[in-house]
Design a protein around this ligand. Structure first.
Ligand code: ZN
Length: 509
């Protein structure tokens, strides 16, 4: 008995020491987050040389703390002792990061970091000149380095699977592949049917020029109506909108273009979804994985749930249009139905991912997924990327890019060495639909709430079932607990089939 007690006290002390270390690492990385936000949003152009050194110093500090021998010893000791469920979750998450960071040699990490720093301008230049050959050698180098990186982490595994798990540690690649294949099989004929439809949708409800300051005021109205907590957040502009921060300070950025009012509204709602997730993480978990968001797909599920299931719904426009008219009297003659139709137009000849609609978007992702997977596995040569890309666009979307700038050079991701990132966008949408359906199963149809601008029940459900858990559960566990089933494309396909079937008058849907 006495020995048991002594052992358990020793375990408590070790856990306390471990948690202190984990919190220190989190604080260093959250400080980096603020410096990055500052760099994107307010830093003067010439601040880069100093900022790059500051960020690199902080990243070295957190790397040293994480990979130190003491961390490894504490992990081993704690893994052998009886831990509470929450403590075990923290140990599981830190173990995973520790194993990955200690298995890749620091020289390789630095080489990848230098190569991506140089890849960025090379990609930009190649895109401007519409010349894939300028980017090809850098891409080749990145593919090689990332394969090497994957091999250090797990020499026996499929290298693409290893890279994918950097972004999505707990959803296995097989599940992701199954979901993406299903999307391809079902969406290709649905988009064909939309193309053949002679429905006469309103597409120009938001045509015109809209003043930046009024757009900003409207973005604040949107955030107000969704219940954004201004005491723990703020709104700024950035060329590529993002959100970042912690449960005490989760900031949103958006962008305003004179001729794209709808884009600024939807992008603000999207970023709200990300920030709202962060704000729902438990205060007491701050600094440990229990107070951190689950990974990219769950994060994206939150942004897309608000952007698409709320912000692109008919009741939302019934509720929000009067507010928009106060800022922009020129919308006086626009009906809620016209706004709804314009917000859900399918762009069947669009080549650009970031301009895609809810349907075609996923084929843009499937194409990138298939190409990057084959590249990393060595089944596709870098030189053959443009042709493979164009062929797939023709096959899946019925459009063929005429330039590489509008084709395989359009996205920044590969120049960052981010292979395995793209699938998380589609998985996020699929999960958004699954969560929304589960919320409606429990709460009843949410249209009336949305029509009244009352988001309390929906947000309460998300807080309860997703946000408050942080990283307590692995992603499949979290999904299963929240929705009663594993990740599946069914609810997403039901949602788009019924929505677009009605909008475009598709008889077979
Ligand atoms: Zn997002």
């Amino acid at each position: 008995m006495a020995t048991d007690q002594a052992q358990s006290e020793a375990a408590d002390d070790s856990y306390a020491a471990f948690e202190e270390r984990v919190r220190r690492i989190a604080n260093v990385s959250n400080a980096s987050g603020i410096l990055q936000w500052d760099q994107e949003v307010v830093m003067p152009d010439e601040g880069t040389p100093a900022r790059a050194q500051q960020l690199s110093a902080l990243s070295a500090i957190s790397h040293e703390l994480l990979t130190a021998d003491e961390t490894g010893e504490l992990l081993e000791e704690l893994e052998d002792s009886d831990l509470e469920e929450d403590q075990a979750a923290v140990v599981r998450e830190v173990r995973r990061k520790y194993d990955r960071e200690t298995s890749v040699p620091q020289e390789l990490v630095e080489e990848i970091s230098e190569t991506t720093t140089n890849a960025h301008p090379a990609w930009k230049q190649a895109k401007e000149n519409d010349d894939f050959e300028e980017f090809a050698p850098v891409l080749e180098k990145l593919v090689e380095l990332k394969r090497e990186y994957a091999e250090h982490i797990d020499p026996d595994a499929d290298p693409y699977e290893v890279l994918f798990s950097d972004y999505e540690p707990y959803i296995d690649l097989e599940t992701a592949e199954r979901v993406l294949e299903r999307l391809r099989e079902e969406l290709v004929p649905l988009i064909d049917a939309v193309q053949d439809s002679d429905a006469d949708l309103t597409t120009d409800a938001f045509a015109g020029e809209f003043d930046d300051d009024d757009q900003e005021a409207l973005a604040r109205d949107v955030l107000d109506s969704l219940g954004y907590d201004w005491g723990r957040g703020r709104l700024d502009t950035a060329p590529h909108p993002f959100s970042s921060g912690t449960q005490f300070d989760a900031r949103v950025t958006t962008r305003f273009e004179e001729d794209d009012l709808l884009g600024s509204i939807t992008s603000t709602i999207h970023e709200f979804g990300h920030a709202n997730y962060t704000l729902g993480l438990p205060d007491e978990g701050y600094g440990t994985p229990l107070g951190e968001a689950r990974d990219l797909s769950v994060h994206e599920s939150q942004s897309r749930l608000w952007e698409n299931h709320v912000g692109r719904s008919r009741p939302f426009w019934e509720q929000f249009l009067p507010t928009a008219r106060e800022r922009f009297p020129e919308l006086e003659d626009v009906s809620p139905e016209a706004a709804y139709e314009s917000a859900n137009q399918v762009y069947d000849d669009n080549l650009i991912r970031v301009e895609a609609d809810e349907l075609t978007y996923h084929l843009h992702i499937v194409i990138r997924f298939e190409i990057e997977r084959d590249l990393i596995r060595g089944d596709l040569a870098v030189d053959d990327v443009p042709e493979a890309w164009n062929d797939k666009y023709e096959e899946y979307l019925g459009v063929r890019p005429e330039t590489d700038a509008e084709g395989c050079l359009q996205d920044i991701h590969w120049s960052h060495g981010s292979f395995g990132y793209f699938p998380t966008y589609s998985l996020g949408s699929v999960l958004a639909a699954q969560l929304y359906a589960a919320a409606e199963d429990e709460l009843g149809d949410l249209d009336d709430d949305i029509r009244e601008g009352d988001f309390e029940a929906l947000n309460g459900w998300l807080r309860e079932n997703v946000h408050r858990h942080g990283k307590r559960y692995t992603t499949p566990e979290l999904i299963e607990r929240a929705t009663g089933r594993e990740l599946t494309a069914d609810p997403f396909l039901e949602y788009v089939t019924s929505k677009y079937g009605e909008l475009y008058g598709l008889e077979d849907y």
